[in-house]
Ligand binder design. Structure first.
Ligand code: NAD
Length: 256
């Protein structure tokens, strides 16, 4: 018996085997869920399809979260496949590489808007599309991935920190709107992990080393720890939890 037995989960944000979304997909599958994945563009499709096979997941299609038609198509396909949806994982973020290595002050209007659109607004767009499918199942759970840079000024995280602050605020307002339909929305704030996205951040190694040195657990976070907590937040084990940002960071955020 797994905590996700009989549940159906759409996971957005698998790029390769290092993706935090992939850790979530593996754990959820192990806990009994049926999984559907999307991919962003043809290059990543080649990475995502073999991974999907490993866990018997469906690939419901291409999804650039900046494209409303693709969002509509993916959710129409999920409806056709399952008739409803229990779990949605949003593990998507984007900022221009230059803005993760320059002074925050220098971010331009277009890049600022783009980072917030792809990294924060997209959660709203996906949650809205998921709402009727989750309602059809009597409720559901949405999880997004955040980082401490939402609430602290972390060198080089810059506009992505602003986007994560917006994302965590979106979580609270979505929780308020969707709560009456028994749909919960939470953020999981993870410690640094070596992925495609984090490789764009200058001095990523310093961020990651600092966690190993100074966190209460004195080690790095393991990606599977994100998978485990996400599975709890997505499952009925956390039925009384919504609108929260839960830290999976080996305790680093408590340190002064
Ligand atoms: P990743 O590169 O594996 O995943 C990022 C995903 O975002 C990719 O699958 C990419 O295709 C997707 N994406 C970007 N722009 C998109 C768009 N326009 N449409 C659709 N998809 C798009 O890296 P990751 O580190 O696993 O990132 C997943 C989430 O975890 C992100 O929100 C990231 O900010 C967050 N996070 C990462 C870390 C870390 O250190 N790696 C720490 C805390 C939070």
């Amino acid at each position: 018996m797994g905590i996700a037995d009989g549940k159906r989960a759409l996971i957005v944000g698998v790029a390769n085997e290092k993706s935090l979304a992939w850790s979530i997909a593996q754990e959820l599958r192990g806990q009994g869920a049926e999984i559907a994945l999307t991919f962003q563009g043809e290059i990543l499709e080649k990475r995502v399809r073999p991974l999907a096979q490993q866990i018997d997941a469906q690939v419901v299609g291409e999804l650039d979260v900046g494209n409303d038609d693709q969002i509509a198509k993916v959710f129409a396909d999920v409806k056709q496949l399952w008739g409803g949806l229990d779990m949605l994982v949003h593990a998507v973020a984007f900022a221009d590489r230059e803005d993760l290595r320059d002074r925050f002050l220098n971010v331009n209007r277009i890049n600022f808007g783009r980072a917030l659109e792809i990294s924060a607004y997209s959660l709203v767009a996906l949650a809205r599309a998921a709402e009727p499918l989750m309602e059809a199942r009597g409720g559901g759970s949405v999880v997004t991935l955040s980082y401490l840079g939402a609430v602290r000024a972390i060198p080089n995280y810059n506009v992505m920190g602003v986007a994560k602050a917006a994302l965590e605020a979106c979580v609270r307002y979505l929780a308020l709107d969707l709560g009456p339909k028994n749909i919960r929305v939470n953020a999981l704030s993870a410690a640094p992990a070596r992925t495609l996205a984090s490789s764009a951040i200058r001095d990523y190694h310093t961020m990651s080393h600092e966690v190993e040195e100074r966190s209460p657990l004195k080690r790095a976070m393991k990606p599977e720890e994100v998978g485990k907590m996400a599975s709890v937040l997505l499952s009925d084990l956390s039925s009384g939890v919504t609108g929260q940002t839960i830290y999976v960071d080996v305790g680093y955020n408590i340190m002064g």
